[in-house]
Ligand binder design. Structure first.
Ligand SMILES: CC(C)(COP(=O)(O)OP(=O)(O)OC[C@H]1O[C@@H](n2cnc3c(N)ncnc32)[C@H](O)[C@@H]1OP(=O)(O)O)[C@@H](O)C(=O)NCCC(=O)NCCS
Length: 154
């Protein structure tokens, strides 16, 4: 039985460690990533902002007493010429041994229901182009590619 709870600032340390267990594959997707960022002071500040954002929400997934996943998101400022009210799915993840059991789906639905209740009517997210499992997951949930970011060293 999976329960979803709203995270509190007291959960900060747990969230940092959880993120570290979930996002380890990002080094395969991003040559510029500091993979230990989440455990640093700056990482703590980053998650403090997310946990206390008045325009956002942060949910934790538990299996009994075990923390197994999280998702958070917040208001997204977009180009002035776009018409809808955008909500950004900032992070979503499940620890490896609990993947493929519907927990990501439960977290995403909770996040988007929260956003709808707050008056948002379009969801946005970005995802590493090499993160195939996440892209399949998002596609399954109705997200479509809208643009592409390009980078190079200068
Ligand atoms: C993406 C992620 C959150 C999905 O969570 P999950 O709990 O494993 O997903 P669910 O069990 O709810 O899967 C829902 C659907 O997504 C798709 N999916 C999920 N994982 C998949 C995989 N590894 N390969 C192919 N399809 C996959 C399937 O269509 C699945 O539906 P099905 O079970 O009916 O086939 C999870 O893989 C994860 O934590 N990844 C690491 C962190 C990450 O990359 N997050 C995204 C950052 S942009």
């Amino acid at each position: 039985m999976i329960t979803i709870k709203q995270a509190q600032i007291e959960d900060l340390k747990k969230v940092q460690k959880l993120n570290h267990r979930i996002m380890f594959r990002n080094k395969e997707f991003d040559p510029d990533i500091d993979i230990n960022f989440d455990l640093t002071e700056k990482g703590a500040d980053f998650f403090k902002v997310a946990l206390t954002n008045p325009d956002g929400c942060f949910f934790l997934a538990y299996h009994k007493d075990k923390l197994v996943g999280y998702a958070n998101g917040s208001k997204k400022e977009v180009y002035i010429f776009r018409k809808k009210k955008y909500f950004e799915v900032e992070n979503i993840g499940v620890i490896p041994e609990y993947k493929g059991k519907g927990i990501g789906t439960k977290l995403l639905k909770t996040l988007l229901n929260w956003a709808k209740r707050k008056g948002f009517n379009r969801a946005y997210l970005n995802c590493y182009i090499k993160n195939k499992e996440a892209l399949v997951f998002y596609k399954k949930h109705g997200f479509e590619k809208i643009d592409v970011s390009l980078e190079k060293d200068i």
